[in-house]
Design a protein around this ligand. Structure first.
Ligand code: BTN
Length: 336
């Protein structure tokens, strides 16, 4: 009844819907229609009311599972969507769901996390209802130790989604940051485990959508950004969730079909790290050099200043990228 009332009102919006007509159409009593309207408002829908009618006025600020999935055509990622008002970490919720047999492609969103986590045990902060915080259950034909394939694939998917839908010249800073003009807009955290049924993964994505500069702690202001800061206008989060899931699903299809070549080509093209001078810290030791290549399997291939070429795995190093000579890469100049 709830969805029939919603779609009945939406079909006529911005016109008013006569309440009697709606009741007849749906063969519903006045109490049933009013009950559905109350439930829709509780979900976050904006529905206006006057003595003889009702009007659909929008979806408001909150993430609503039905709104994310209703116009979404996907194979796997987003087949099932859950939204929590608050949780510790969506990655933890997704793991709990994965362990009790939730289907692959289940997506858990949260409006707020009390213990959101990033790579290397860092915290991921996000004020309530401002951003996108989500985790996806995945069961590809990979081993638990091959989580990097998913980090690469999803970083391409996130960057491409921003380029195609806003459009913003998003790039990938190895290993898991999505940046715009060298400021971080999104981070990816993939965790893999070997279960009795095979390897399972949880892909966590945090995307700064409607953060204002003053929402960041001072130490992050110069290095983080948001879609709103970059586009100059608030970005509807439901739409962003939809195009993000569509892009993740599309690139995950390539991974499932073993089309690593296409993923790797796009990854290199979008990389802001390839060819750059970097400082890498591994077990407290600092290494300086230039990035020669990126490997999905092994990590970063670096020509160190002392002349040797070495491999750095994302699980053991942190990277500091030295500023590009002109401050911005050629492709980013158009964003100035
Ligand atoms: C990073 O940049 O280090 C990765 C950040 C990943 C944050 C997201 S927010 C949703 C999901 N739940 C978490 O606890 N972490 C990821």
């Amino acid at each position: 009844m709830k969805l029939s009332v919603l779609e009945g009102l939406r079909a006529r919006a911005p016109e008013w819907t006569d309440t009697g007509t709606l009741q007849r159409e749906l063969e519903a009593s006045p109490a049933e229609v009013l009950g559905a309207v109350a439930a829709l408002r509780a979900d976050g829908y904006e529905i206006e009311e006057r003595p003889d009618g009702l009007r659909f006025a929008g979806v408001g600020e909150r993430l609503i599972p039905y709104e994310i999935t209703r116009a979404l055509s996907v194979d796997v990622i987003g087949r099932r969507v859950v939204v929590l008002e608050q949780t510790n970490s969506t990655n933890d919720v997704a793991w709990a769901e994965a362990l009790t047999g939730a289907p692959e492609g289940t997506v858990v969103f949260a409006e707020e996390q009390t213990a959101g986590r990033g790579r290397m045990g860092r915290r991921w902060h996000s004020p309530s209802r401002r951003n996108l915080l989500l985790s996806v259950i995945l069961r590809p034909a990979l081993e638990a130790g091959q989580a990097n394939y998913l980090t690469v694939t999803s970083s391409v998917a996130v960057a491409q989604a921003l380029r195609e839908n806003l459009p913003l010249l998003a790039r990938i800073r190895w290993p898991n940051d999505i940046t715009i003009k060298e400021r971080k807009v999104s981070g990816i955290l993939v965790e893999g485990r070997t279960l009795a049924t095979g390897a399972a993964f949880v892909l966590g994505v945090g995307m700064n959508v409607n953060m204002r500069p003053e929402d960041y702690p001072p130490e992050l202001r110069g290095i983080a950004t948001s879609l709103m800061i970059e586009t100059g206008a608030p970005v509807p989060r439901i739409e962003a969730a939809r195009w993000l899931l569509a892009s993740l699903d599309r690139w995950y299809r390539d991974l499932r079909f073993g089309d690593y070549g296409r993923i790797a080509r796009c990854w290199r093209r979008l990389s802001s790290t390839l060819g750059e001078r970097v400082v890498l810290v591994e077990n407290g030791r600092e290494f300086r050099g230039r990035v020669l290549d990126l490997s999905m399997e092994d990590g970063l291939i670096v020509r160190l200043d002392e002349g040797v070429t070495r491999l750095f795995h994302p699980s053991t190093v942190t990277l500091r990228q030295l500023p590009h000579r002109a401050g911005l890469k050629p492709e980013d100049q158009s964003l100035k």
